[in-house]
Design a protein around this ligand. Structure first.
Ligand SMILES: [Mg+2]
Length: 265
């Protein structure tokens, strides 16, 4: 009997589970299509807000996984809500991240602050960003020193990519936290916000499992949210260059499999 029969809903991480960079994890698209065909409720949950939910959904459909944008929940959505709560209506936000994150923050009613005028910010929002530079770090410090709140999508140290991991949000956030002395409130996994939002999208599912590749966010967060947890070894916890060691983890996943395909075999 396939392992998926124990559950009627799944929260599925994207990076390191469904794809690595732009390359699908072998067997994952077919496994997800099989899960949908079996009537399983899927919500994709990612700490990576570098794409819009509609873009992720389009990419999934291109791989044969038929889901709508409402089934994609990113830490960009939850961190934008935290930013709005911290800065208040019409408050200023200094955003270190890609354009889709700027849109989400603006969509919560915040005013985007220029890096030349950081002290206008009531909140600094940090996420993984390949354009990150010293000038952005300096602006963030200026804003935080002037009293801005600090929020971030995650503490994830790395990001699984073809050819080896890249520095993640946590690496940039560490720089911001060290130079400001502030500690960020986190919108993504392992904190509760993203899980609550994802579960609200599948209210009918009773037995839900979190499937992810990162112990410190997917498995720790899924466990804390009261879900069953399934670790896949196709990303950050795999033997193939992954930085998280399952043997050294504080939380043990309920199930560990090589990849998504093993769940439907
Ligand atoms: Mg991942």
């Amino acid at each position: 009997m396939p392992l998926i029969d124990d559950f009627d809903g799944f929260l599925v991480d994207l990076d390191g589970v469904v794809w690595t960079g732009r390359e699908p994890v072998p067997g994952s698209p077919e496994a997800l299509a099989t899960m949908l065909a079996a009537g399983k409720e899927l919500v994709f949950v990612t700490n990576n807000p570098s794409r819009r939910p509609a873009e992720y959904a389009e990419r999934l459909r291109g791989l044969g996984v038929e889901v709508g944008a409402e089934r994609i929940v990113t830490a960009g959505i939850t961190v934008a809500r935290l930013a709005a709560a911290a800065a208040g209506p019409g408050g200023g936000a200094l955003v270190l991240g890609f354009e889709p994150l700027h849109e989400l923050v603006a969509g919560e009613g915040l005013r985007l602050v220029d890096f030349e005028a950081p002290t206008e910010a009531g909140v600094v929002v940090v996420s993984g960003w390949r354009d990150f530079a010293y000038a952005h770090l300096l602006a963030a410090k200026r804003a935080l020193d002037a009293g801005a709140a600090l929020v971030a999508t995650s503490h994830d140290a790395t990001m699984p990519m073809p050819g080896g991991e890249w520095p993640g949000t946590g690496a940039i956030l560490a720089a911001v936290e060290v130079c400001s002395g502030k500690v960020a409130e986190i919108g993504g996994k392992p904190e509760r916000h993203l899980f609550d939002l994802a579960l609200s999208r599948i209210p009918g599912a009773r037995r839900v499992a979190m499937i992810g590749d990162r112990l410190s966010s997917d498995i720790v967060g899924g466990h804390a949210a009261g879900l069953s947890t399934i670790l896949v070894l196709s990303g950050t916890s795999g033997s193939d260059g992954g930085s998280e060691d399952p043997a050294a983890a504080a939380v043990t996943p309920d199930l560990t499999v090589a990849n998504l395909a093993a769940l439907v075999a």
